[in-house]
Design a protein around this ligand. Structure first.
Ligand SMILES: Cc1ncc(COP(=O)(O)O)c(C=O)c1O
Length: 447
């Protein structure tokens, strides 16, 4: 999947077709740069790019990073030669159409009935901002609540929006404290439920929270920026009922640039009730927002957005539709990789699992001789550093995760809490290629 130059013949053929379409408008004399200069700059660029960590290789099991699908990259590249702008219909009629088709597929995947509202965004951050903006408009004066495991963007965006933010504490397994929720219910207008936290991929109990929220007249916004596509394989996850409840949420954010195989620049926000469109444009009637001639910019806080992102996601969905046998297969591989890795950690006498993976992220730590949280932090930073010091074909790349010592010692009471936080290892197994590489990775880490 990562051998991009393999597709040069197809790319050349498609580029020539687009060149022919361009020429059909009459020849234009373009001021082309000197090709030797272009080559030199590209050579310099390549040597700069080689300073990256090997995101493409399964030895990289660190952050949420991987190259896009080759087809997404090809579609993006081709479309970018035209550079349509999906802000307005006339900025890119075909890519606006593709965006609507993609959003329909996403909404169907979540079980949202028609009519509904949604669009692609440049990232999960702006998608969540839009959902919180609508939340504020629907419940003015009320707070937005999210758990301590939620992405920091929610607190930050509440600050931007001038809305009070309530942080709900979680237990050692990352599940929300219902006592706090009950005591704060009358202050809360919208509760953010994260389906796949950034830290350890925790799936918050949506089914239970949805029932609770309905009882209290509270809206639910689901942040599934990372986890959303896992709904395709929900029957293989621990809590299918929570994924089945997705369609009940008032709004949902899913990032195609995370598990949808897209290059960065592709998030999405969906609203169950298309009437949410009225908050984007106050002088338009409700029906305007569901009309066939809707300009995507009229239901988006962003203005310019790359039509190329829509084309790339659309092309990917032609090859890998949002089904268990389409994109679901990719998700299944990443899930299997995490489960296999967790199994090896469990067998190891040197390492221990912090939390069983709910998606494809594993939290674990090297067991120190002296049982204190500061020793856990010291030793695991060492394991993290060692992988990057090895020769490139023998190395590994992990990430670190900081959590409260109270949660850690709740799970591992024989450790002394001699510091407030503890740093453990975290691995995001978000590439299909991880599935075949788990034994090798475990050996390199020294499990
Ligand atoms: C759960 C969750 N929400 C929001 C975001 C922010 O998304 P983005 O980085 O696309 O802006 C992330 C990013 O990792 C995330 O994991």
């Amino acid at each position: 999947m990562n051998n991009f130059s393999r597709y040069l013949p197809q790319l050349e053929k498609a580029l020539r077709s687009l060149d022919a379409w361009r020429s059909s408008y009459g020849e234009v004399v373009h001021r082309e740069p000197d090709s030797a200069e272009v080559e030199k700059i590209l050579t310099d660029l390549v040597s700069r790019l080689e300073g990256n960590y090997p995101f493409h290789h399964p030895q990289y099991a660190g952050q949420m990073l991987k190259p896009p699908h080759a087809l997404a990259w090809l579609a993006y590249l081709l479309t970018a030669t035209i550079n349509p702008n999906n802000h307005a219909l006339d900025g890119g009629p075909p890519t606006s159409e593709m965006e609507r088709e993609c959003v329909d597929r996403l909404a169907e995947m979540c079980g949202y009935p028609k009519p509904r509202l949604g669009h692609l965004t440049s990232a999960g951050t702006i998608a969540n901002l839009e959902a919180l903006f609508v939340a504020r408009e629907i419940h003015p004066g009320k707070a937005i609540a999210a758990t301590a495991g939620a992405h920091y963007t929610h607190r930050r965006m509440c600050h931007v929006l001038g809305v009070s933010f309530i942080e709900i504490p979680v237990d050692a397994d990352g599940k929300p404290d219902m006592g706090t929720l009950n005591s704060m219910a009358s202050d809360i207008g919208t509760l953010v439920v994260t389906m796949g936290t950034t830290g350890l991929g925790t799936v918050e109990p949506l089914a239970q929270l949805q029932l609770w929220a309905t009882d209290h007249g509270i809206r639910i916004h689901v942040d599934a920026a990372y986890g959303g596509f896992f709904t395709l394989i929900s029957e293989h996850l621990d809590s299918p009922a929570d994924w089945d409840a997705l369609h009940l949420a008032d709004s949902i954010v899913i990032d195609p640039h995370k598990h949808g195989l897209q290059p960065y620049g592709c998030g999405s926000v969906l609203f169950k009730d298309p009437a949410a469109g009225r908050f984007y444009k106050h002088d338009s009637p409700y029906t305007y927002f569901t009309s066939g001639d809707l300009h995507l910019g009229e239901i988006s806080l962003e203005c310019s957005r790359a039509g190329a992102s829509a084309a790339a996601f659309w092309a990917t969905l032609q090859l890998l539709p949002l089904t268990m046998d389409g994109l679901g297969k990719v998700l299944m591989s990443t899930r299997n990789a995490a489960m296999d890795f967790a199994g090896l950690v469990r067998k190891s006498t040197r390492f221990e699992i912090y939390a069983e993976p709910e998606l494809d992220i594993v939290g674990y730590f090297r067991i120190p001789e002296a049982k204190s949280v500061s020793e856990v932090s010291r030793l695991n930073k060492e394991v993290f550093d060692q992988g990057m010091k090895k020769p490139s074909h023998l190395g590994y790349h992990l990430s670190l995760f900081k959590l409260s010592s109270d949660h850690f010692t709740e799970k591992f009471p024989d450790y002394r809490a001699d510091s407030e936080t503890v740093t453990i290892l975290r691995s995001v197994f978000m590439k299909e290629e991880h599935e075949e590489f788990i034994d090798e990775l475990a050996e390199r880490i020294g499990l």
